[in-house]
Ligand binder design. Structure first.
Ligand SMILES: Nc1ncnc2c1ncn2[C@@H]1O[C@H](COP(=O)(O)OP(=O)(O)O)[C@@H](O)[C@H]1O
Ligand SMILES: [Mg+2]
Length: 251
């Protein structure tokens, strides 16, 4: 077991913000002085190395892997296992071996949190993860769209079936607030996250607004202290840390 707290960030479909949530949550936990690892298991759509601007590859010592350090995080990614940006064909057993590899053959050191950026859906990776890390906890990311929450429900049901504890739902792109205004515009509808949380008998951990483009016209993927999302992620990290510390005290 590489950490007491292994948290898989899942969703029913792609493009809802799993990687964005994984990376920014990992960074926010690390700002609380925690030792945090992020493992990018999105085999076809790995994006963590790019988001963190990582060009290094992990080094090995005595057949063990040293994760790449970036922004204070220890990082492993399926993207480190391919050359360039070439598409790869993975067969089921290879996926399982990859997860095993990341958990057994990497020198992680002491970790307070491990964040797993999962591929979309409820496929092989989720099943392999269940076998490798039965005590894994899950966060389900959805957008407020009815279709997104409907699909996210399947990921949630999968978590329940595998007895993974669901920590809660994160509703991403929940609304838009123009810079320096409190007004909230619910561009994708309202209430989807809440409905999903009720169906899965859990709660909403955060309702995250749309990121606002910066002066250069770019939408940031890592939120710094000039953005309101930075504060949202700080709050989320504090909330999760106190929740999991309390749970650990009870057990
Ligand atoms: N709150 C947000 N506001 C604006 N854009 C966002 C937000 N969350 C994610 N995105 C953007 O949406 C796209 C998909 O996000 P990503 O985290 O890659 O999703 P996933 O990992 O679920 O496929 C990315 O371009 C990301 O920058
Ligand atoms: Mg992703």
């Amino acid at each position: 077991m590489i950490s007491e707290n292994v948290i898989a960030v899942t969703s029913g479909k792609g493009g809802v913000g799993k990687s964005t949530v994984s990376v920014n949550l990992a960074l926010a936990l690390s700002r609380l002085n925690k030792n945090v690892a992020i493992i990018d298991l999105d085999i076809y759509g790995f994006s963590v190395p790019k988001m963190l601007n990582i060009t290094d590859r992990p080094k090995t010592i005595n057949n063990k892997i040293i994760p790449v350090g970036s922004h204070g995080l220890s990082v492993m990614s399926t993207g480190f296992m391919v050359r360039g940006n070439q598409p790869i064909v993975w067969r089921g057993p290879m996926l399982g071996r990859m997860i095993e590899h990341f958990f057994k053959d990497v020198i992680w050191g002491k970790l307070d949190y491990v964040i797993l950026d999962m591929p979309p859906g409820t496929g092989d990776v989720a099943l392999d993860l269940h076998h490798m890390v039965p005590e894994c906890k899950e966060i389900i990311v959805t957008t407020p769209h009815a279709t997104a929450t409907h699909v996210a429900e399947r990921a949630g049901t999968m978590a329940q079936n595998t007895n993974h504890e669901i920590l809660g739902v994160i509703e991403n792109m929940a609304y838009f607030s123009p810079p320096n205004q409190d007004e909230k515009y619910y561009l994708f509808g309202k209430g989807g996250g809440e409905a999903l949380a009720q169906t899965l008998d859990t709660k909403i951990l955060a309702s995250l607004p749309m990121a606002v483009p910066n002066e250069a016209g770019e939408v940031p993927t890592i939120y710094d202290e000039t953005t309101n999302l930075f504060n949202h992620f700080n709050n989320l990290a504090l909330q999760l840390d106190s929740l999991l510390t309390k749970k650990a005290a009870i057990n």
